[in-house]
Design a protein around this ligand. Structure first.
Ligand code: SAH
Length: 350
């Protein structure tokens, strides 16, 4: 049985499915899901992320959290990551944190990861460290927390609602023969979207049903000390269809090859800020601005001193890719959660 067969029989049994249910099956089906079955990252995979582009990304975010640890005088603390991929971000952050006396011994490493294939890769990358894995944020310890999440929220399933004269029509996944197709559900009133009713007919608004619980569970822990940093591509407010499939670094029709392509949607940072729980949300900072404020140019120069030829060219290109507004610098954004009354982490303005 293929994932397409599974989806077709599911639609036959219960009718057209929400985009969120479709994404959840495609990404996380226990035997046929995209993440459940492979390591999709890197040049040979389907997409590349900031920590895979350069070690500078993890180093600077690690030092940013180290400064929070010093400023708040935290002592023992949980160092957690959501959706750690290959474990590269955590490894780079930990290496940079070793420069801060006492910090390495104060942290307990906790990773939230559902993919068994990626847990294996993370265990190899972080060999020598004591690591505890979790299926969800719910079992993370309740004390002070330093948390990183890069390109995690974009992998969470979203629902799509299309503005109509009489309310909102949900975009659904149906089929014609063996082909999966989009369809529209009946118009309904959606109290959750009552503040978006000024949008023109036909506009798509996306909602991520899992986001409020995940972000507020993190926020409630951070409220006792520490900080959480979310980095992802997105905007302050969801507007428009951003469902995207990537294979071998090229976009594809999201319905064409279920389970074979990475499916993501842009993150609605307003929803992150609104669901911070007992924590306070910082303003949203473009990734390029954040990395410049954290000192990426100095770090890039220091690393460049030992390089030449192709390695130096690749290093310069990686720096540009992370920070240039025409590349990742502007589309990718960061937001931090901190205890109420605490200062934002370095690099984050109010
Ligand atoms: N942060 C990494 C990987 C990003 S890919 C990087 O920047 O390179 C998304 C990651 O989130 C993968 O590790 C994937 O397995 C994980 N993931 C996706 N949905 C998840 C969920 N609901 N719970 C836990 N992990 C999830």
């Amino acid at each position: 049985m293929t994932l397409r067969d599974h989806l077709l029989s599911r639609i036959a049994a219960t009718g057209p499915m929400t985009v969120a249910d479709y994404m959840a099956d495609c990404l996380m089906h226990p035997t046929m899901g995209y993440y459940a079955t492979r390591d999709p990252l890197g040049a040979a995979g389907d997409f590349t992320t900031a920590p895979e582009i350069s070690q500078m990304f993890g180093e600077l975010l690690g030092l940013c959290l180290a400064q929070v640890w010093l400023d708040q005088g935290l002592g023992r603390v949980t160092l957690a990551e959501l959706g750690p991929g290959r474990g590269t971000l955590m490894a780079d952050a930990l290496r940079a944190m070793r420069g801060v006396p006492g910090l390495a011994d104060a942290v307990a490493i906790h990773l939230v990861e559902t993919s068994p294939a990626l847990r294996d890769v993370q265990a190899r990358t972080l060999a020598g460290h004591d690591v505890q894995w979790h299926d969800s944020v719910d079992t993370l310890p309740h004390g002070p927390l330093l948390l990183l999440a890069n390109e995690f929220l974009d992998a969470l399933p979203i629902r799509q609602h299309v503005r109509d004269e009489g309310g909102w029509r949900e975009r659904l996944v149906a089929h014609t023969g063996a082909d999966l197709t989009f369809a529209l559900g009946p118009a309904t009133l959606l109290p959750e979207l009552s503040d978006r009713e000024d949008l023109p007919v036909g506009t798509v608004v996306e909602r991520c049903p899992a986001l409020p619980h995940i972000v507020s569970a993190v926020g409630d822990r951070v409220a006792r000390g520490g900080a959480a940093i979310f980095v992802d591509y997105g905007h302050w407010r969801s507007r428009g269809d951003t469902l995207q499939a990537l294979r071998a670094h090229a976009p594809e029709d999201p319905l064409a090859s279920p389970g074979q392509t990475d499916l993501t949607a842009h993150v609605d940072f307003e929803a992150v800020a609104r669901n911070a729980g007992f924590a306070r949300a910082s303003g949203v900072v473009p990734q390029g601005v954040l990395l410049e404020r954290l000192g990426i140019t100095d770090r890039a120069r220091a690393l460049a001193r030992g390089m030449q030829g192709a390695a130096l060219d690749a290093h310069v290109a990686a720096h540009r890719r992370l920070t240039d507004p025409a590349e990742m610098g502007d589309l990718f954004k960061a937001i931090a959660l901190v205890p109420p009354g605490a200062a934002s982490p370095p690099g984050f303005d109010e």
